[in-house]
Design a protein around this ligand. Structure first.
Ligand code: ADP
Ligand code: MG
Length: 268
C-alpha cells in the first residue's frame, strides 16, 4: 500500500501575527508510521492540527487523498482521521466508556444507538488499551496517563485510516508506552491504518517509526527514513546536542545516546 495521504504545498501558518510554520512542502505516504520530531515550540502540534483540518494554512494548501482538506465535510474527515490531542480535556463527568463510545459517532446514523457489534468493539479496544477496569469511572477523576489511554481508545474506536497522535506517550509509564507503540505498529503492519505521531523520545522514534519529519524554526529541516534522519549532524543542528547512534541488539533497532556539548555555543 503506497499511496499518498497528504500533500503539503508551500504551507505557512501563523497565529495572529506569530509565524509558526513557513513554506512546508511535504508528502506523507500511507502504510507507515511517521514520526514528527522537533524542539519545543517548533510547530509540531500546529502541523498536526493542520493535517487534521482543525486549522487552515494562510498560504499554500494541503491535499488529503488528492482533495483539498478544506473541501472535506467534518463528518467525512472524522471517518478517515482520528486525532489524539496533546491535551485531552473533557470537563463533564462522562464515564470512561461513554468517552470511548464517542469514537463511534462518525459511523452512526443520527440518533442511532451503538449496535451489539459496536459495543463489543468498544470493549475489545478498552481491553487492548488497558482501561476496561476503569470503564465506569468518571473521566475527570483519572490520572493524566489514564486519560491519555482513554483518548487513544476513543481514537481507535473511530476506525480511522490514519491516526494522528500528539505526544500520546508523554504521560504514560514505560510499560504502557511500549505497549501502545507496539499495538500501533502491529496495526500499521497489518495495513489497518497509518500513523503520524509527534514524539519526543528519539529512542522510541527509532524503534517504532519508519520515517521521520524533523521541524526546526518553523521549517521542515529533514524528512526521510528513520535511520537516515537520526544522524548526529542533524540532531546537533536541530537540538544543539551531541549524539552517538548505534544498532542495539536488545531492542533490535538504532538507539541514541545524548549529551550536551562541553561548551554550548548557542541555546537552541
Ligand atoms: P510544539 O507542539 O512543537 O511544541 P506548537 O505547535 O504547540 O509547538 O506551537 C508553536 C508555536 O506557536 C509556539 O511558539 C507556541 O507558543 C505558539 N502557539 C501555539 N498555539 C498558539 C495559539 N493558540 N496562539 C498563539 N500562539 C500559539
Ligand atoms: Mg506540541
Amino acid at each position: 500500500m503506497e499511496s499518498v495521504l497528504w500533500r503539503l504545498e508551500n504551507v505557512s501558518f501563523a497565529y495572529r501575527d506569530k509565524p509558526v510554520l513557513q513554506g512546508i512542502n511535504s508528502v506523507l505516504q500511507a502504510g507507515r508510521c511517521i514520526g514528527i520530531l522537533g524542539p519545543n515550540g517548533s510547530g509540531k502540534s500546529t502541523l498536526l492540527d493542520l493535517l487534521a483540518g482543525l486549522l487552515h494554512p494562510q498560504t499554500g494548501r494541503i491535499l488529503f487523498q488528492g482533495k483539498p482538506l478544506a473541501r472535506y465535510r467534518r463528518r467525512d474527515l472524522a471517518r478517515c482521521l482520528a486525532l489524539v490531542p496533546q491535551h485531552f480535556r473533557i470537563s463533564f463527568d462522562f464515564s470512561v466508556r461513554e468517552v470511548v463510545e464517542m469514537g463511534l459517532h462518525p459511523h452512526l446514523a443520527r440518533f442511532a444507538l451503538p449496535s451489539f457489534e459496536d459495543q463489543q468493539q468498544v470493549e475489545k479496544i478498552m481491553r487492548q488499551t488497558g482501561i476496561l477496569a476503569l470503564e465506569k469511572r468518571p473521566i475527570t477523576r483519572l490520572s493524566g496517563g489514564e486519560q491519555q489511554r482513554v483518548a487513544v481508545a476513543r481514537a481507535l474506536t473511530q476506525r480511522p485510516q490514519v491516526l494522528l497522535l500528539d505526544e500520546a506517550t508523554a504521560s504514560l509509564d514505560i510499560r504502557h508506552s511500549l505497549a501502545l507503540l507496539q499495538l500501533l505498529r502491529q496495526r500499521v503492519q497489518g495495513g489497518i491504518f497509518s500513523v503520524v505521531a509527534v514524539l519526543h523520545d528519539l529512542n522510541l522514534a527509532a524503534r517504532f517509526c519508519d520515517e521521520l519529519l524533523l521541524l526546526h524554526k518553523g521549517r521542515c529541516q529533514a524528512q526521510g527514513p528513520t535511520a537516515q534522519i537520526l544522524d548526529p549532524r542533524i540532531l546537533e543542528e536541530v537540538y544543539g546536542v551531541e549524539s552517538e547512534i548505534h544498532y542495539n541488539d536488545f531492542t533490535q533497532s538504532q538507539q541514541v545516546s545524548l549529551r550536551l556539548p562541553a561548551s554550548p555555543l548557542h541555546e537552541n
